[in-house]
Each structure stands twice: as structure tokens, then as C-alpha cells.
Design a binder for this molecule. Structure first.
Ligand code: CU
Length: 529
């Protein structure tokens, strides 16, 4: 029995929304750089660059070398000075512990759920058998509650679940996070995310910066209530009804930038090269990272890797733009700055608090044996001629069948304070339905997918890494290099991506990684057979 089919979406409080949707341009969808609406913090905020950067602890295997246990639970942590913030985090931490894995060596992770709500864990960028991929209805239900009666699905478990990751894939900066149907936005916002770094011999063989000079940086935006709690405009914080308040339907943006859970941190560095593994862990905000001031001599960033690991060759970049869930690895050479320099990592797409990310302070000169070789890896280009089919998917805000979604609730029909309940973010006019496939690629086939948008939609494909073929009439952009699992699509854009459905048969999802869009139905199945 599957009762968890999405039904009514509580887009409450938006009397003006129905009229406004006559023209998408009138909908409150935020600044041109991101689709979303900013929440303001009510708590006193710390001075920017006053708190030290922390790096998430490395997870320790429970038994053997590659068996891990993580507990999703609530914890009170001090993000703002003197105020507790109740987070939901893996092992009560935000970000969760970093898992260090090796290509070709299976990792198992037992996730226990001590949250008051169901959770699902997905390894983002993992090439994972379907039953371990964290399908959005494969819930880990809390023990001893009535969730089991309400949201029981065939593959749900109670209390804990073992995920197995074969990791037959190249070195890359992956991350794990909640993927619960309808509630990924609030769950990730509360902190259910962590790094999962895959290494391999190719990466090891390069003279890139290592150790303390290899920094994973999970960057995200949040807003805080006066008591220090996270502000999130959920229709029902107890998760009885999915969705956010109508004004935030475009996405939830915060006015505080956290790096590894610290607001606008400060980090002392040697005058040497650093490898920064940038991950945009925001629900909806896009970042364009740049250095202020730029280094006097060379390029600010030398990009060495994207979502799926090393590029074929390094690329000098003035700035790096990442949409939700995208990663970029860049090398910054702080030797170009005089000792004592303060170098701010800024966000050119943000204003106010969202314009700053963190600050590096060049503390000392130092020996540096690292370098960035001219050749990093070999990337097999997928060729159009290999593709057996081309599919087209439109990511758009659409009006669904009024209150008649299969298995849906009667909802708030007739509630005068409720906006049109059928307004959803959809793929090809379809709201996510776990029982329906929008594509059935054959195992091993190469396909081209054309992706079309109305607004910003960072589209993420599970299982199959892809290469970007075109953006509109243009060749791929600098942010499209290498193997990708998420593409930052701009409003009104059409892009072509190519992928091989290698790995495992089964049912997977692809979706918008603006988490409010994802929760409001912008997700679809593909089944590999
Ligand atoms: Cu979207």
C-alpha cells in the first residue's frame, strides 16, 4: 500500500498568487540571480569574518575499514554567538561527519533515524544500486511513532537502514543528504548533509595540495529567528502537509552565509596553494564565487574538478558559479599575496549578508611542494553518434489537476486563504508520481536529454553522470566542464546533455535541486532496464 503519493500542496496564504501566476514575471521569485525569496534573520548576527572556520570531522568506521554508522538526530549547536540552534544533523552535527572512501571499495553506511520525522539518505553523485540510492519514498521511519501507519511504503524500514555504495566510479567530491519525498527542503535546511569524498590512484598521483591545504567547504544560506532557530517558511513544521508558504514557492533564500556551519568564517592560511572543494549546499541560492582582492600575479582560481571529479586539464577562472548541489574544486595560490593580506571569498550574485562568504588571512610564508599539472585526467567524451535516443524534458511551473492528484487529500479546497493548490513545479507537465516513469533507458545505452526551463532550475540526474553538449545555441560554458551530475540551467534555457546509463538497473529519479521546487513535485522517475 502506498499512501505517500503527493496530494495537496499547501501553498497557503497567497491570495495574490493566483492572479500573479497569470504572468510568471509577477510571481515573487526573487533576484535575477536566483529563483527564490529571501528570509530576513531576526536574531543578532555576528560580525562577518570573526569566527574561525571549522572542518567537519572525518567519520570513523565502526567495524572494518568501510563500515560506517550515522545517526540522524536533533541537537542544539551554537551557530550564532550565545544562541542555541536546534539542528537535525547526522550524528547531531551540521555538516555531518565527512566520509573518506576509495574508488572501487564498497562502503556501507547504517543510518539510524532518531528524528521525529521520516528520513531518507541519498549519496549525491554516487553510482549506486537503486535499492541503496535513497529513493524518496524508501523511508527510514522513526521508531515508536504512528508514521508507519501514515506513510508506509513497500521499501520503508523502521529505525534504521543499511546503504551500500559500491563506488565503481572515479575520485570526486560527493555529498550525502536527506532525500525524503516532499520534505527534502526543510530536512536539508535543518542540517542533514555531509561530505563524502572519494579518492583514487589518479588523484593521489598528482602533486595537488593535500592535508590541511585540502579544504572541503560546504557553503549555504540560512535565516535565523530571534531565538536562534532556523527560519523556514514551511506550511506545517510538523510535516503533516508538504510545501512552503506561497511567497517562498520560488525557493527559500537566507541572509546569512554559512561555511561548514559557521557564519562568514575566517581562516588563516599559509602563503601556499590550497585545494578548495566548493559545494553549494543551499536550498535555492546560486553563488558566483570570486576573490577580493584577486591575487596580483595569477588567476584567482584554477579549477581542477567539477561534480564528477578531475577535469581533463586545469582551467583558469576569474569566478566560479555554482547552483544548488553543484561542486567545483579550485586551487588558490595564496603565495601571490603579501603576508597579512585579508582575502575575502565573495558572492557576486548576492547582496547584503549574502554577498560575503568567508575570509582567508595569509598568516605566513611557507614551503609549498604542490603544483597543478597541465594534464589532470582522461575524460572519455561521449559522442552524439553514440546516442540511441533524444528525450526532452521541460521544467516549468504548471497548474495541475485541481485537487485531484491520485491518492491526494481533499486538501484545503474552499479555504479562502489558500492559493490554487494545484500550482506545482513540474516536469513535462507532470507532478512527481512514484508510480510513473518519464523515461525507460536501457542499461548501457547512451542518450541525449534536452532540458528546457522557465526559471532557474539546477537539474540533477541520479545514477548516470553526464556531459553538457550545448546550452541553447552555445557550446558548454566554463561551469559545464568534466563529468557533471547537476546542471545550472538559467531561465528560458535549453541545454543538451549526454549520458550513458551504466551501472545498475532499477528505478531512479531526476529532479530540480532547488529543494523547494523538488518538494513541490519537480521530480520524475526513470527506470533503467
Ligand atoms: Cu527548479
Amino acid at each position: 500500500m502506498r499512501l505517500s503519493r503527493r496530494g495537496f500542496f499547501g501553498v497557503a496564504g497567497g491570495a495574490g498568487l493566483v492572479a500573479a501566476t497569470a504572468s510568471l514575471g509577477l510571481l515573487r521569485l526573487g533576484p535575477a540571480s536566483s529563483t527564490g525569496t529571501e528570509l530576513r534573520s531576526e536574531a543578532p548576527l555576528p560580525q562577518a569574518f570573526s569566527r574561525p572556520l571549522t572542518v567537519p570531522p572525518i567519520a570513523r568506521p565502526s567495524t572494518g575499514t568501510d563500515d560506517y554508522r550515522l545517526t540522524a538526530r536533533a541537537a542544539d549547536v551554537e551557530i550564532l554567538p550565545g544562541l542555541p540552534t536546534r539542528i537535525w544533523g547526522y550524528d547531531g552535527q551540521f555538516p555531518g561527519p565527512t566520509i573518506l572512501a576509495r574508488s572501487g571499495r564498497e562502503v556501507s553506511v547504517r543510518v539510524s533515524n532518531e528524528l521525529p520525522v521520516p528520513t531518507v539518505t541519498h549519496l549525491h553523485g554516487g553510482r549506486t544500486p537503486a535499492e541503496h540510492d535513497g529513493y524518496p519514498t524508501d523511508l527510514i521511519l522513526p521508531v515508536g511513532t504512528d508514521w508507519a501507519a501514515q506513510r508506509l511504503t513497500g521499501a520503508s524500514s523502521v529505525g534504521q537502514r543499511d546503504y551500500r555504495y559500491p563506488l565503481r566510479q572515479r575520485a570526486s567530491t560527493l555529498w550525502y543528504h536527506d532525500h525524503t519525498m516532499d520534505f527534502t527542503g526543510p530536512n536539508v535546511y535543518r542540517g542533514l548533509a555531509g561530505f563524502f569524498l572519494v579518492g583514487d590512484e589518479q588523484d593521489d598521483s598528482l602533486p595537488l595540495p593535500r592535508g590541511d591545504r585540502d579544504l572541503p567547504l560546504l557553503v549555504c544560506d540560512r535565516a535565523f529567528a530571534a531565538d536562534g532557530s532556523f527560519r523556514y517558511p514551511a506550511v506545517s513544521p510538523d510535516q503533516t502537509t508538504p510545501g512552503v508558504q506561497a511567497d517562498y514557492m520560488g525557493g527559500v533564500l537566507g541572509d546569512v552565509v554559512l561555511v561548514n556551519g559557521v557564519p562568514w568564517p575566517r581562516h588563516e592560511v599559509d602563503g601556499a596553494r590550497y585545494r578548495l572543494r566548493l559545494l553549494n549546499g543551499s536550498n535555492a541560492r546560486r553563488f558566483e564565487f570570486a576573490l577580493d582582492p584577486p591575487p596580483p600575479g595569477g588567476p584567482p582560481f584554477v579549477q581542477i574538478a567539477s561534480d564528477g571529479g578531475l577535469l581533463a586539464a586545469p582551467v583558469a577562472r576569474d569566478s566560479v558559479t555554482l547552483a544548488s548541489a553543484e561542486r567545483a574544486e579550485v586551487v588558490v595560490d595564496f603565495a601571490g599575496y603579501p603576508v597579512g593580506s585579508e582575502v575575502t571569498l565573495v558572492n557576486r550574485l548576492g547582496s547584503g549578508g549574502a554577498a560575503s562568504v568567508m575570509r582567508f588571512v595569509v598568516a605566513r610564508t611557507a614551503k609549498d611542494d604542490s603544483s597543478v599539472p597541465g594534464v589532470l585526467s582522461v575524460i572519455e567524451p561521449l559522442d552524439r553518434s553514440q546516442a540511441v535516443t533524444t528525450r526532452t524534458f521541460a521544467f516549468q511551473l504548471k497548474r495541475g489537476p485541481m485537487g485531484s492528484a491520485p491518492g491526494g487529500h481533499a486538501g484545503h479546497q474552499g479555504d479562502p486563504d489558500s492559493a490554487d493548490p494545484s500550482l506545482m513545479w513540474m516536469v513535462n507537465g507532470e507532478a512527481f508520481d512514484p508510480d510513473q516513469d518519464l523515461a525507460n533507458p536501457r542499461l548501457g545505452d547512451v542518450e541525449i536529454w534536452r532540458l528546457m526551463t522557465d526559471l532557474h532550475h539546477p537539474v540533477h540526474l541520479h545514477l548516470a553522470p553526464f556531459q553538457v553538449l550545448r546550452r541553447g545555441f552555445d557550446p558548454p560554458g566554463p561551469g559545464d566542464l568534466g563529468w557533471k551530475d547537476t546542471i545550472d540551467l538559467l531561465p528560458g534555457q535549453t541545454a543538451a546533455i549526454i549520458m550513458r546509463f551504466d551501472g545498475y538497473p532499477g528505478r531512479y529519479v531526476f529532479h530540480c535541486h532547488n529543494l523547494e521546487h523538488e518538494d513541490m513535485a519537480m521530480m520524475a522517475n526513470f527506470s533503467v532496464g
